[in-house]
Write a protein that binds this ligand. Structure first.
Ligand SMILES: *[C@@H]1O[C@H](CO)[C@@H](O)[C@H](O)[C@H]1NC(C)=O
Ligand SMILES: *[C@@H]1O[C@H](CO)[C@@H](O)[C@H](O)[C@H]1NC(C)=O
Ligand SMILES: *[C@@H]1O[C@H](CO)[C@@H](O)[C@H](O)[C@H]1NC(C)=O
Ligand SMILES: *[C@@H]1O[C@H](CO)[C@@H](O)[C@H](O)[C@H]1NC(C)=O
Ligand SMILES: *[C@@H]1O[C@H](CO)[C@@H](O)[C@H](O)[C@H]1NC(C)=O
Ligand SMILES: *[C@@H]1O[C@H](CO)[C@@H](O)[C@H](O)[C@H]1NC(C)=O
Ligand SMILES: *[C@@H]1O[C@H](CO)[C@@H](O)[C@H](O)[C@H]1NC(C)=O
Length: 282
C-alpha cells in the first residue's frame, strides 16, 4: 500500500510537471507591452487593413533563425512589422509565441499605429515608421530579482566578465543570429547564467554598444542583484543564478536553410519572485 501510494504520488508529479511544461510551451509569458499613443488609426481604415495583412503574413518570413520582417501598404498607410525569437527557442515554441503576441498586442493596443510586446521568448513590434533602425526610441523594460549578493564585488567580478564575453560572441554572430548564452562559477552559489541577444540587423558595433549600454545599467541601478532582465527593442539580456535557457540548443547549426532543431524542451517557467518596474526615457 505504501509503495503504491508513493508510486501514485510519483505519477501525479510527472503529470503535474508535464502540465506545467505544456502550459509554458503554449502560453509564453508577457513581460511588457507598450502602445504608442501618438498616432491612432480608425476602425476599418486602410491602415487597419494593412496591419491585418502584415500580421497575417509575418509568420511566413522566418529567416530560418527566428527573425521575422514584413511590411504592407504604401505611403502613410505602410505598416511595418518585425519579430524576434530568443536564440535557444525551437521553431514550434517560436511560432506559438509569435501567434500569441499578435493576438494579445492587438487586444492591448486596439487602435494604435505603433506597438511593441515583449515576451520571455519573443518580441513583436509593428509601426508606421521604419523598425529596422538603430537606435530606436530609448524605451526599455527592467526586471530585477530583489535578492542581493552577500559580496557584491565578488558577484560582479563573476557577472561582468560573463556578460562581456557573451556580448562579444553575440555581436560577432553575423547577419542572421546575434545570440549567446553561457554560465560561470560565482561566489556564494554554484553558477551565474547569462543570455544576451541583439536584433540580427544590427551591425557588430551596434549590437556591442546596445548591450554594453545595458550592462552598465546593472551597476547604475541594481548593483548586486542576483538576477535581472533588460529588454530594449534592439537588444536584451538576462542573468540568473539558476539555468533558464536551453543549454542543448546552444550548439546552433550554421545558418540558414534549416531552422534550429525542434527537439528543444520548453523553457523553464519564471517561478522565482521578481520585482518589476517599467522605465521610460526621453
Ligand atoms: C489614441 O488612443 C488612445 C486610447 O485608445 C488615447 O489615449 C490617445 O489619446 C489617442 N491618441 C491620439 C493622438 O488621439
Ligand atoms: C467595420 O466593417 C465591418 C464589416 O464591413 C462592419 O460590420 C462594421 O460595422 C464596421 N465598423 C465600423 C466602426 O465602421
Ligand atoms: C482586422 O483584424 C481584426 C482582428 O482580427 C478585425 O477585428 C478587424 O475587423 C480587421 N479589420 C479589417 C479592416 O480587416
Ligand atoms: C525586410 O523585408 C524586406 C522586404 O519586405 C527586405 O527587403 C529587407 O531586406 C528585409 N530586411 C531584413 C533586415 O530582413
Ligand atoms: C502623409 O502624412 C503627412 C504628414 O503626416 C501629411 O502631410 C500628408 O498629407 C499625408 N499624405 C497622405 C496621402 O495622407
Ligand atoms: C500561427 O498562425 C498561423 C497563421 O495564422 C498558422 O498558420 C500557424 O499554424 C500558427 N502557428 C501555431 C503554432 O499555432
Ligand atoms: C556551463 O557552460 C558550459 C560551457 O561553457 C557547459 O558545458 C555546461 O554544461 C554549463 N553548465 C550548466 C550547469 O549549464
Amino acid at each position: 500500500m505504501f509503495i503504491l501510494a508513493i508510486k501514485l504520488l510519483f505519477c501525479f508529479s510527472l503529470v503535474y510537471i508535464y502540465l506545467i511544461n505544456t502550459i509554458t510551451l503554449a502560453q509564453p509569458v508577457l513581460v511588457y507591452n507598450r502602445c504608442q499613443n501618438k498616432e491612432n488609426f480608425t476602425i476599418n481604415s486602410t491602415y487597419q487593413t494593412n496591419l491585418n495583412a502584415t500580421l497575417s503574413a509575418l509568420h511566413t518570413t522566418n529567416s530560418g533563425l527566428g527573425f521575422f520582417n514584413f511590411s504592407a501598404g504604401e505611403g502613410n498607410n505602410t505598416v511595418n512589422s518585425i519579430a524576434l525569437c530568443r536564440g535557444d527557442v525551437g521553431p514550434d515554441a517560436c511560432s506559438i509565441c509569435l501567434n500569441e503576441s499578435i493576438v494579445n498586442l492587438r487586444r492591448l493596443c486596439p487602435n494604435q499605429k505603433e506597438a511593441i510586446a515583449g515576451y520571455d521568448i519573443c518580441l513583436l513590434q509593428y509601426s508606421n515608421n521604419d523598425l529596422l533602425v538603430y537606435p530606436q526610441e530609448k524605451d526599455y523594460f527592467v526586471q530585477f530579482n530583489p535578492r542581493i549578493a552577500t559580496d557584491i564585488d565578488r558577484f560582479n567580478g563573476a557577472l561582468r566578465p560573463l556578460m562581456d564575453e557573451l556580448r562579444g560572441t553575440a555581436a560577432a554572430g553575423g547577419p542572421l543570429l546575434k545570440f549567446a548564452a553561457g554560465n560561470r562559477t560565482g561566489p556564494d552559489f554554484d553558477r551565474i547564467y547569462g543570455l544576451v541577444q541583439c536584433s540580427p540587423y544590427l551591425t557588430e558595433e551596434q549590437c556591442s554598444e546596445c548591450l554594453e549600454d545595458q550592462v552598465s545599467r546593472i551597476g547604475l541601478h541594481d548593483n548586486g542583484k542576483m538576477g535581472g532582465k533588460i529588454v530594449l527593442p534592439t537588444c536584451n539580456f538576462r542573468f540568473e543564478i539558476y539555468p533558464f535557457f536551453n543549454q542543448s540548443a546552444l550548439a546552433i547549426p550554421s545558418p540558414p536553410v534549416r531552422p534550429p532543431s525542434p527537439s528543444s524542451s520548453p523553457p523553464p517557467g519564471t517561478n522565482t519572485k521578481i520585482s518589476a518596474s517599467y522605465k521610460l526615457e526621453g
